[in-house]
Design a protein around this ligand. Structure first.
Ligand code: C2E
Ligand code: MG
Ligand code: MG
Length: 762
């Protein structure tokens, strides 16, 4: 089992990897000339953790880890001396540099900061709890108040203590130095239970006094480790050989696993055998009979041994599979099969550990897919999932083999770009990532254009801890999104200030409604032919006590993000309807409509219909006097809530208009189906006319389109007489703009009502 957090590659990549490993194996077999330094003295710390490593006084150490050390030592010309000690002492000695390697050490973050770990793991392992035969301990809570034998400094010991604490089942630890002593402590009733690792348990738990419980926990990987500041050569040599050995099912590595994990308890030669043999020498007949009997017994024993070996083999395979499955669950994302947040953390912490004391740099790219929520809402989660899978594949396809892509859930991905020499390297990767999403993605018959916002933080320039790096990359991503998305941005310290500013804005906006700081300005909608005011558009303003009048551009998107737009929108509806009703009562607004802007967020949960009904019934305004302005983006989220709301609004008799037409996403088929009355040409087109042919053509095309669909057209942002004349000549009936009037407070507008505007052009 490799300790490899990368996503499984494409077929080509697998073939390439096998080819690479075969080359490595071949190179490794050219012993010892290749990369070997003859007679390097290597002090290897060993402790008793059979069958990974044994340290029995007076005997040379053995075990899977030792087999591998011997294999590598022979090929690399190492002169190995073994240093037996207890595990916790060995950790100290490794830190002091008194030994060069420690075998059989489980990987964890804290140790990764203290030591230099091999990238390759030796074996996967986990903790198991054994108990006295008559103790009632079946699950973790049963350990409460019990005496539990633990091996000092073992990760499984730490993990069990921690788990018991979380489950509110604290126990009394009985510390010993080896796993064998754990079992002995249970057998001798000095402990009620004890924790050992599963590899040890597979071979050493045959004592009848100890029984396995169902408590299995803490999956880990066993590695080799060297002192933090030692030369990486030893570990690199181990990694090279282990990678090659693990790639070949017939290698010494698998021989060793079979030898140590399948070994059945040694059988004693029966005591009576020599006597029978001696008797056989003197009594031939009897001997023949006994020989027959013995042959039968040997055959029986052989097949029994074979059966047990097969059984153990299948048990090992099952456990390996269970381990792989646990791994998959814990460190990978089910949908895209990329490493998840946890897998990312381990990968980054290993990469950073490997980079300590070097002058290497890396970049963290935080990617957020633009508009995924809209797509999910519009097309359903099934389509959203398919889209995410395709996005993951596209992102992966433009990364190099040593870049690491993970998915943080939702629409967030993170890439670790290691080995960069300049920030432009990270820029290149970000550009490639954006480019990979440029072409539309096909989900069924729908084409989806997705983009991404990418934030980049650099190590060690911006931060040197995982959390801060992530936070900075996230902040930069957030800014990229704020600037319209589909772009990348590097982290700058000022961005943090902007995020703080934004949080303050959110808090102040929340108070704005309670403190009655919101107000409406009204801009006339004019019939271009007669220059009469036929309606007004209500535009929201915020009278901030600190900053004065704040325009919607500065706060609407924050209100949308926080959901505050929903209560804001309800307030606008009611205040606007009340104003028009008031003007009607004064006889100033005969036949006029009130246009109110509605955010797509107001459609969630069909709340919009209720608030419109409420506003109309409270103010007494007729429904046909109210026009709701909805932006084109509503078509992106055309789900049942939106469809149902639009139909109910039509039934109510309210008018609907499509705002900022031409700037977002429009679907002609929706345009035909949906109950719109009016189309508002966005001011960006109006500002370019009469101008060049291309620009004027867009406007004339929109006008023709509206005519074909029998929609009224309002041109927005008319600032010049030339624009006014052009629109009028080309059949545009209505318009709005500074040329006629800027948005005004209600009392200023009241003065204009009932009079024609632009008297000068009459
Ligand atoms: P919009 O609905 O397209 O409103 C028209 C915007 O164009 C208004 O900006 C208006 O002041 C501006 N405008 C009008 N005539 C001209 C002109 O001749 N030249 C130029 N350059 N601009 C002109 P404002 O008031 O800043 O509103 C901006 C946007 O904020 C609105 O665009 C609308 O999308 C949003 N908004 C305003 N009030 C509300 C609201 O109550 N709810 C929601 N959800 N959005 C609102
Ligand atoms: Mg509008
Ligand atoms: Mg508009």
């Amino acid at each position: 089992m490799t300790h490899d957090w990368r996503k499984p590659g494409t077929d080509n990549r697998v073939v390439f990897r096998i080819f690479l490993q075969a080359c490595l194996l071949w190179l490794a077999s050219l012993s010892p000339a290749w990369a070997a330094q003859d007679n390097v003295a290597v002090r290897v710390g060993v402790f008793d953790n059979s069958p990974i490593v044994t340290a029995v006084p007076g005997k040379p150490p053995e075990g899977i880890a030792i087999d591998m050390i011997r294999w590598v030592a022979e090929r690399e010309g190492w002169q190995v001396t073994y240093v037996p000690d207890s595990f916790d002492k060995l950790l100290e000695r490794l830190e002091q540099g008194e030994i060069d390697l420690l075998v059989g050490i489980a990987y964890n973050d804290e140790r990764a900061r203290r030591f230099r770990f091999s990238r390759q793991s030796l074996i996967g392992n986990w903790g198991m709890v054994f108990r006295q035969a008559d103790a009632r301990i079946d699950s973790l809570p049963d350990l409460k108040g019990k005496r539990v034998a633990l091996m000092r400094s073992s990760t499984h010991s730490q993990a069990l203590l921690e788990l018991a604490r979380q489950f509110d089942a604290p126990f009394t630890p009985v510390y010993v130095d080896t796993y064998q002593q754990v079992l002995d402590a249970i057998a001798e009733r000095r402990a009620d239970a004890g924790a050992v690792n599963r590899v040890f348990a597979a071979l050493h738990s045959h004592q009848s006094e100890v029984v396995v419980t169902g408590i299995v926990y803490n999956p880990i990987f066993v590695h080799y480790a060297a002192p933090r500041h030692a030369s990486p050569l030893l570990i690199e040599a181990l990694d090279r050989h282990l990678a090659a050995l693990k790639a070949d099912p017939g290698s010494a590595y698998y021989d060793s696993l079979r030898r140590w994990l399948e070994a059945a308890p040694a059988r004693q030669v029966p005591g009576w055998l020599p006597w029978v043999a001696a008797g056989a020498g003197s009594v031939l007949l009897l001997a023949l009979a006994i020989t027959g009997l013995l042959r039968h017994q040997v055959q029986r024993q052989t097949s029994e041994l074979q059966r047990r070996a097969d059984q153990l083999q299948s048990e090992i395979e099952q456990r390996e599979q269970a381990q792989a499955h646990l791994n998959q669950l814990a460190y990978f994302d089910g949908l895209t099969r990329l490493p998840n947040r946890e897998g990312f953390r381990i990968a980054l912490s290993q990469t950073l550990t490997g980079m300590q004391d070097t002058d290497e740099r890396l970049a963290l790219l935080f990617i957020d897919i633009d508009r995924l929520k809209n797509i999910n809402d519009g097309l359903g989660h099934g389509a959203g999932d398919l889209l995410l899978q395709q996005i993951a594949t596209r992102l992966q396809s433009v990364l190099r083999a040593h870049d690491h892509l993970s998915r943080f859930g939702g629409d967030e991905f993170v890439v670790i770009v290691s080995e960069i020499s300049a920030s432009s390297d990270a820029e290149l990767v970000a550009t490639r990532l954006l480019h990979s999403l440029a072409a539309p993605i096909h989900i069924g018959s729908t084409q989806i254009y997705s983009g991404a916002s990418i934030g980049i933080a650099l190590y060690p320039d911006d931060a040197n801890s995982i959390d801060t790096l992530l936070k900075h990359a996230d902040t930069a991503m957030y800014q990229a999104k704020e600037q319209g998305g589909n772009r990348y941005l590097f982290y700058h310290a000022q961005q943090t200030a902007r995020v703080v500013e934004r949080l303050t804005l959110d808090t102040r906006l929340r108070q704005a409604l309670e403190r009655e700081e919101l107000l409406l300005h009204y801009q006339p909608v004019v019939e271009l032919g007669s220059r009469r005011i036929v309606g007004v558009e209500a535009l929201l303003r915020w009278d901030d006590p600190d900053r004065g009048l704040v325009m919607p551009g500065a706060f609407i998107s924050a209100a949308e993000d926080t959901g505050l737009i929903v209560p804001f929108g309800e307030w606008v509806l009611e205040a606007g309807c009340a104003q028009l009703r008031d003007w009607q009562r004064q006889g100033k607004a005969e036949g006029m409509t009130l246009a109110v802007n509605v955010s797509t967020r107001q459609f969630e949960g069909r709340r919009l219909v209720k608030s419109v009904e409420q506003a109309l019934s409270r103010t007494g305004l007729a429904p046909e006097c109210l026009e709701l302005e909805i932006t084109e983006n509503v078509m992106l989220i055309m789900n049942e809530d939106v469809r149902g709301s639009l139909d109910s609004l039509r039934e109510l008799g309210v008018r609907l208009s499509l705002d900022d037409f031409g700037t977002g996403y429009s679907s002609l088929s929706y345009l035909k189906q949906l109950p719109f009355h009016t189309l508002k040409i966005d001011q960006s087109f109006v500002s370019k006319i009469p101008g060049q042919a291309g620009d004027t053509q867009i406007v004339t095309t929109i006008l023709a389109l509206a005519k074909g669909l029998e929609l009224e057209v309002v041109a927005e942002g008319i600032e010049t007489q030339a624009q006014y004349d052009f629109l009028r000549e080309h059949g545009c009936e209505f318009g709005q703009g500074y040329l006629m009037s800027r948005p005004q407070p209600a009392d200023a507008l009241a003065v204009m009502l009932g009079k024609p505007l632009l008297a000068s052009t009459a």
